[in-house]
Design a protein around this ligand. Structure first.
Ligand SMILES: Cc1cc2nc3c(=O)[nH]c(=O)nc-3n(C[C@H](O)[C@H](O)[C@H](O)COP(=O)(O)OP(=O)(O)OC[C@H]3O[C@@H](n4cnc5c(N)ncnc54)[C@H](O)[C@@H]3O)c2cc1C
Length: 408
């Protein structure tokens, strides 16, 4: 596979030698395809439940979106709460909020239990409005969240100016539960826990096909074939390559991110603007990680699972964004730029569960750019389902059955 662009998170996470998994076995209870947050959590949970687990990652572990994102953990649906209620109803929106809030607390518990060094903190997330329609959306969401008992604070234009050090924003909605982390480091900690529970985690092994083999499944890989009782597709932006019937359901979308040189402290919370398209945060060393601007590319990054390239228009937009809105950041050098592959679904919800028409095959994918508050529990729950155990938590809106015909 061609070299992907160099992500700050992967380049600066420090050296890491994952445990040697030994030889590829001839059979396994569970084969997990993909070594990002979803696959690693699935492997960790399945191994903890006593299953023999083989995880196959075509690159190095954590080399996909999990090692290349913006580092925000914001509970809630990928779209606004009001839009989610309109599309799916109040009960579904509530379930999605519950799932993501549960993820956030499970992540916090894991980090504490494993003493995982991944800079996880919950300093809050500010959604910021440039335009009146965004502000109206915040008002609608604030009212809904109040009825749901979920904390959120509306910010006036003046409060935005004080908190953000910019007068670009006409109002905001602040989630006090919003978090920030070093995603690749958390995923590595999950890999360590999974290996400790006995999961065999292979890098540099690509799965080429999954086919029925009597009561078992045959998994053909670049390193030979093996049999499995259950297969979990945790390959997110690349999942449709092995699942062509979901070509129009699991759509890869390329996103782009930059990291600056260290700057003076500006914000300890995460910031999101322009209907969610731009997102940024400052790390303890002063660097700012900013993602978004894919609306500047001709195709919005859609249908692209190639993270070996940068889009020039998107890069130009990202480089201009901080100086345009924050006078103090004029002239700040950009030190890293990279791209990554997200996976969007038609209704903005992931697919978590058994794959229709494919006995023994399961999936957790399609987080629509919002995987940090989803993948950590989705991986865990899909492993439980694959082993016939009740899932720790689930949202009906995530059922793959809704796409049984390859569309909604
Ligand atoms: C630019 C960008 C910014 C983002 N920002 C945020 C953010 O700030 N907050 C947030 O919540 N979410 C964000 N996301 C989304 C989040 O990163 C993803 O939803 C999440 O990482 C998905 O995890 P995953 O394990 O399912 O997928 P991935 O981490 O992509 O892992 C899938 C793995 O499967 C492997 N694979 C694929 N096919 C095969 C095969 N055939 N055989 C073997 N291995 C295979 C891939 O190499 C890859 O490593 C962002 C994503 C991107 C790209």
């Amino acid at each position: 596979m061609t070299e992907s662009t160099a992500s700050f998170w992967l380049e600066r996470a420090g050296s890491w030698q994952p445990q040697d998994p030994g030889a590829l076995p001839a059979r396994s209870d569970v084969v997990v395809i993909g070594g990002g947050m979803t696959g690693l959590r699935a492997a960790q949970r399945a191994a903890a439940l006593g299953a023999h687990v083989v995880l196959l990652e075509q690159r190095a572990l954590v080399g996909g979106a999990t090692g290349r994102n913006g580092g925000h953990v914001v509970a809630g649906p990928s779209d606004s709460t009001a839009a989610t209620v309109r599309l799916l109803g109040m009960a579904a929106a509530r379930e999605i909020w519950d799932f993501t809030l549960h993820t956030v607390s499970a992540m916090r518990d894991f980090v504490a239990a494993e003493n995982a060094d991944c800079d996880l903190k919950f300093a809050g997330t500010a959604l910021l409005a440039f335009a009146e329609h965004e502000l109206a959306g915040f008002e609608a969401d604030a009212a809904l969240l109040q009825t749901m008992g979920i904390a959120a604070q509306q910010w006036s234009r003046a409060e935005c100016a004080v908190r953000t050090h910019s007068d670009a924003f006409i109002g905001g909605l602040f989630y006090p539960h919003g978090g920030q982390l070093w995603p690749a480091k958390l995923a590595r900690a999950v890999a360590v826990a999974a290996a400790r529970s006995g999961a065999q985690l292979f890098s540099g092994v690509q799965v080429q096909a999954v086919t029925a083999d009597g009561a078992m499944l045959r998994v053909q890989t670049s390193a030979g074939a093996l049999q499995a009782r259950a297969v979990i597709h945790a390959s997110n932006g690349w999942a449709r390559r092995l699942l062509p019937e979901l070509h129009d359901v699991l759509v890869p979308v390329r996103g782009q991110v930059l990291a600056t040189a260290p700057a003076e402290p500006m914000w300890d919370f995460g910031l999101v603007a322009n209907d969610g398209y731009e997102y940024w945060r400052q790390m303890a060393d002063g660097r700012i990680v900013l993602g978004g601007m894919r609306w500047r590319s001709a195709d919005m990054g859609r249908d692209c699972d190639d993270d070996t390239q940068l889009d020039a228009e998107t890069a130009a937009g990202l480089r201009a964004f901080l100086p345009a809105h924050f006078a103090a950041l004029a002239g700040l050098a950009v030190e890293y730029e990279w791209s990554g592959v997200m996976c969007y679904t038609p209704d903005g919800q992931p697919l978590v569960g058994a794959l229709p028409g494919r006995p023994g095959e399961y999936i957790a994918a399609g987080y629509t750019g919002h995987g940090m508050p989803l993948a950590f529990m989705a991986g865990c729950c899909v492993a439980e389902l694959a082993l016939g155990a009740p899932p720790t938590i689930m949202a009906n809106a995530f059922s793959p059955k809704r796409f049984a015909n390859g569309t909604l």
